[in-house]
Design a protein around this ligand. Structure first.
Ligand SMILES: [Zn+2]
Length: 321
């Protein structure tokens, strides 16, 4: 892409620097939150456990749902960047195809988003082992961030105008393509954990139901050129956050902190990262492997031992157009 991309806010860069670029030479630079999705217990909705190697190696399980239009944000304190206007229909993220019905367009958009999400599960479900289950569920239509125990997916996906409620009042936040809340990084009581909000598609018609003058030119195109943004690519990036990954500086990683152009597959660093969270660490079978494993464990421990500051860890993925 030839257009400029804004870097992340300073707090996020500092978090990366503190434990992604430490003293030793490493093959990978991913980092993860110290939590992962896990099966909900009785009466629980969203649950997080410490990610391996600190936590037990139990499979990851999370549900996901698609938000309708018209849903406001329940808690502006935890979602201050785009709380002033209700959600728009997800189908409106892509322009309608010729003769396509509204229902068909909705299914098309949801299929793209599901495919991007399941790309991550496919990276950890190798062979017969199911290490991460992502289950689609119906969405109740509750407000975003409502402390509703059930009725919406753990990973809830919506479209919003990014008109912020942060001071100065109503200052538009026009440089985010999408926005993800990593699991385990907000105080319990909000269901924003894991949620992903996409900035709405550009629509300059004030009479339109999907009016979004600060919107993005979303496309479904693996060869999308400058000025347009491949929805699958950005979804793949944001769902990496939703599953617990931070940004990566490694070549080929979908978790680069800015949009680099269309990318429909995970990079080596992405696969290493998601496997570190959701896949059991295999038993070493010989001395060379044992040494390699110990080195890997040591570096992972450092990654996961970083102190967590709840406010600082909220991942507001910002990828400027
Ligand atoms: Zn990001």
């Amino acid at each position: 892409m030839t257009r400029p991309h804004r870097l992340l806010p300073a707090f996020f860069v500092a978090l990366l620097a503190s434990f992604a670029f430490a003293d030793e030479a490493r093959a990978f630079a991913y980092f993860a939150t110290p939590t992962k999705w896990s099966p909900a217990g009785p009466g629980q909705f969203q649950q997080f456990i410490a990610a391996p190697p600190a936590g037990p190696h139990i499979p990851g399980v999370a549900s996901y749902s698609f938000m309708a239009g018209g849903l406001t944000v329940a808690d502006l304190a935890t979602d201050p960047e785009h709380g002033l206007t209700p959600s728009l229909p997800l189908a409106s993220l892509l322009a309608p195809l010729d003769k396509e019905t509204a229902a068909q367009r909705e299914l098309r958009v949801e299929a793209i988003l599901s495919s991007a999400l399941l790309t991550w599960a496919n990276a950890v479900n190798v062979g017969a082992a199911i290490n991460l289950t992502l289950q689609p569920v119906a969405d109740s239509g509750a407000r975003a961030g409502d402390a509703v125990q059930g009725g919406v997916g753990d990973i809830r996906i919506g479209a919003y105008r990014f008109i912020g409620a942060l001071p100065p009042p109503s200052q538009p936040k026009m440089d985010f393509l999408a926005f993800a809340f990593q699991p385990g990084t907000l105080a319990f009581g909000s269901t924003l954990f894991g949620d992903v909000h996409f900035r709405c598609r550009l629509d300059k018609d004030p009479a339109s139901a999907t009016f979004c003058p600060e919107g993005v030119n979303w496309v479904d195109d693996p060869k999308a050129g400058a000025g347009s943004f491949d929805l699958f690519t950005v979804a793949l990036h944001e769902f990496g956050h939703a599953l617990g990954l931070g940004h990566s500086d490694q070549a080929g990683s979908i978790m680069a902190d800015t949009y680099q152009g269309p990318q429909r597959a995970l990079g080596a660093d992405d696969i290493a990262g998601i496997r570190a969270i959701y896949q059991p660490i295999p038993e070493p079978s010989g001395l060379p492997l044992a040494i390699a494993s110990l080195i890997g464990l040591a570096s992972r421990r450092r990654r996961h031992s970083a102190p967590t500051n709840l406010a600082r860890n909220v991942n507001m993925s910002q990828c400027k157009n």
